[in-house]
Design a protein around this ligand. Sequence first.
Ligand SMILES: [Zn+2]
Length: 59
Amino acid sequence: MPQVGFACASLGMPCEWSLRSNSRTELMERIKEHAVCAHKMTEISPDLAHKIEAAIHTI
Ligand SMILES: [Zn+2]
């Protein structure tokens, strides 16, 4: 099963955070947590969710 990865910098954030996971669903959850904790976002807008989906890549 391929891993999926995400780098916060790929959204244009000045942020070094990146993550990989075996599960796309889990990865998305962790990204949301990071957005809230590290970037003070209160919610993930549909537009941002779309950008995150597009930035998730198979490793
Ligand atoms: Zn970040």
